[in-house]
Design a protein around this ligand. Structure first.
Ligand SMILES: NC(=O)c1ccc[n+]([C@@H]2O[C@H](COP(=O)([O-])OP(=O)(O)OC[C@H]3O[C@@H](n4cnc5c(N)ncnc54)[C@H](O)[C@@H]3O)[C@@H](O)[C@H]2O)c1
Ligand SMILES: O=P(O)(O)OC[C@H](O)CO
Length: 344
């Protein structure tokens, strides 16, 4: 069997951090991976008067989305999506969830049929009363086996090599081991579990809880309230998975980085939490704060709150998820934030 050729699809804050690990690891595991280059697809834009791909390829730094972090020289920025995935056998999807559908439209019929994929995207696809994890969306659309990676992973910290853990929910154990080889380092520990849905759903739903935690901080309520929001949020996450998905594993919530640990890190210092806190303190709309605070990075939590609201409404189950509902109403329906904890 030939060596695996990796391509990274997405080059934001997390995409760049994970490209760094992949670039380092393909050079370490040359028995498994083609180490000559790791293409990273970049949605082309100008930054400080120059094309972002040129900046990345000349300075080996994504100065817009991951400034101050050196990328390995084998990570090569490519603006053309088809060219980036040409010949790739191991595809890593890592982009804000709102851009996946358009990306798949372009990739449909263009990827190697023997390739496999992993998604690091945190979100869900909702179409009325139907809900899908992105691993299933990618798998169905491209016809390739797709695993999922999610965990307590604030990208800037992973990029600085401080100790972190993550979870890969794999389709086959062999796939799991491949992804572990691609991402694991002494300071980035990759655990494996046979639970693609549980890992994916934890990553999506915790972003709603993180928005609630930001509201609590904006209101100045303190640590007891934040802990209560985390506890209630985790229970709603678990309840949601068990109600609407088959065979989700308890360990994905309680033992793996994908569950409690990601709720905690996201509620302490994630972007969703930070911008939600500013929403309360500055009384400005989310889109304005996102632009001002994140320099092009994208929020996921308020969109997932809306997606989940649409789905629960169709299923007539909104009342079973009061915290998810409060986050939706405050973010999108002008419910006063002081009502966050009412009725919880
Ligand atoms: N940043 C983190 O700490 C982190 C950690 C774990 C998981 N994640 C998840 O990973 C996913 C990707 O997050 P990220 O931090 O890499 O992205 P990001 O928030 O930094 O978003 C910026 C990216 O979006 C791209 N973009 C902007 N407009 C676009 C368009 N019209 N079409 C296509 N792409 C466009 C930009 O080119 C850039 O690559 C998200 O689902 C996120 O929840 C993020
Ligand atoms: O910064 P956030 O809120 O998008 O969260 C980042 C990661 O998902 C934390 O694990």
């Amino acid at each position: 069997m030939g060596k695996e050729k990796v391509a990274i699809i997405g080059s934001g804050n997390w995409g760049s951090a994970i490209a760094r690990l992949a670039g380092l690891n393909v050079s370490k595991h040359t028995d498994v991976f083609d180490d000559s280059r790791v293409p990273i697809w970049v949605f082309e834009e100008d930054f400080e008067g120059k094309k972002l791909t040129e900046i990345i390829n000349e300075s080996h730094e994504n100065k817009k989305y991951l400034p101050g972090i050196q990328l390995p020289e084998n990570v090569v920025a490519i603006p053309d999506l088809e060219e980036a995935v040409k010949d790739a056998t191991a595809l890593v999807f890592v982009m804000p969830h709102q851009f996946l559908a358009k990306t798949l439209d372009i990739l449909d019929g263009k990827v190697n049929k023997n390739a496999k994929a992993i998604t690091l995207i945190k979100g869900v696809e909702v179409k009325g009363a139907d809900i899908h994890i992105f691993a299933d969306v990618i798998e169905k659309r491209l016809g390739i086996s797709t695993s999922a990676l999610s965990g307590a992973n604030i990208a800037n910290e992973v990029a600085k090599d401080t100790f972190s853990e993550t979870t890969v929910g794999y389709r086959t154990e062999e796939d799991g081991k491949l992804w572990q080889k691609l991402f694991q380092t002494p300071n980035f520990k990759v655990q494996l579990i046979d639970d693609v849905a549980g890992v994916s759903l934890c990553g999506a739903l915790k972003n709603i809880v993180a928005v609630a935690a930001g509201f609590v901080d904006g209101l100045g309520y303190g640590d007891n309230s934040k802990a209560a929001i985390m506890r209630i949020g985790l229970l709603e996450m678990k309840h949601f998975c068990q109600e609407f998905f088959d065979n989700v594993k308890e360990e994905s919530f309680l033992q793996e980085s994908s569950g409690v640990a990601d709720v905690i890190t996201s509620c302490l210092g994630g972007r969703n939490k930070r911008v939600a806190e500013a929403f309360v303190k500055e009384k400005k709309p989310f889109d304005e704060l996102e632009k001002k605070m994140l320099n092009g990075q994208k929020l996921q939590g308020i969109h997932t709150a809306k997606d989940v609201h649409v789905f629960l409404k169709e299923r007539d189950r909104i009342g079973a998820y009061p915290l998810f509902d409060k986050v939706y109403q405050i973010s999108w329906e002008d419910l006063p934030v002081a009502k966050l904890t009412e009725g919880l």
